[in-house]
Write a protein that binds this ligand. Structure first.
Ligand code: 5RP
Length: 225
């Protein structure tokens, strides 16, 4: 039996699959909400939809195999018709924090190439101001402690992400610093300050990228544009 929040993720993900049309190249985001969209997408493929997916993480790639979704890559496609991805926080301008699952770099590459980005999330992800969720920042392993100290100067407490007692390593072989700011009132400026630091690969701030958000909630879904 699904917990309430998982039910909201499920209805949001399933609703997003209704935006997929036959013949599309689809950017496949990452995370547990995306799982439900992909399950539906697998049903569409089984019905005869000619879809190709571009995965944004190794886990998403494995789900695509499980659901029979054909995959392609950047060497074969110039553009993506539609990307569908999850998020950790969404503000009322549809700016996002992503990277809770550690896939932010690949997600940003996939989402940025898409003509349209739909975000799927349960209602707990909607916020007025970003920053309650610690901002994931992917950094190269070499000298990560120096990069962390430099990030601290921007007014936050970075924590190196761990998994099972070891430093978490992203699909790209990098580390993630989870950066707790008091709030993120100017995400654009913060993103560019972080990106100017040597050692920073990418930030989990996705600014002006999402076109609409499908929010799963008690009433079903609400669409935020
Ligand atoms: C992974 C992400 C995910 O999209 C985000 O963490 C949301 O995940 P979930 O749908 O499991 O709540 O950014 O890097």
């Amino acid at each position: 039996m699904l917990k309430e929040i998982d039910t909201y993720k499920k209805i949001s993900g399933e609703r997003a699959a209704e935006f997929i049309e036959d013949g599309m190249i689809i950017g496949l985001g990452s995370g547990s909400t995306v799982y439900w969209m992909m399950k539906r997408l697998g049903d569409l493929v089984a019905k005869g939809f000619k879809i190709q997916g571009v995965p944004s993480s190794n886990r998403t790639e494995r789900w695509a195999e499980e659901f029979g979704i054909p995959l392609t890559d950047f060497g074969s496609v110039q553009s993506i018709d539609l990307a569908i991805d999850g998020a950790d926080e969404i503000d009322n301008r549809l700016n996002l924090i992503k990277g809770g699952g550690g896939s932010l770099v690949r997600e940003k590459i996939v989402d940025a190439l898409a003509d349209k980005l739909i975000i799927i999330a349960d209602e707990s992800k909607m916020v007025t101001t970003l920053g309650n969720f610690p901002l994931p920042v992917e950094v190269v392993p070499f000298g990560w402690e120096v990069t962390a100290r430099n990030i601290t100067q921007l007014g936050c407490t970075p924590t190196i992400r761990q998994k099972n007692g070891e430093i978490f390593v992203s699909d790209n072989g990098n580390y993630i610093l989870d950066c707790q700011f008091s709030d993120i009132s100017n995400p654009k400026q913060l993103h560019s300050s972080l990106k100017s630091l040597v050692g920073v690969v990418e930030t989990g701030l996705f600014i002006d990228m999402a076109e609409l958000v499908i929010v799963g909630c008690n009433e079903g879904v609400s669409i935020v544009k």
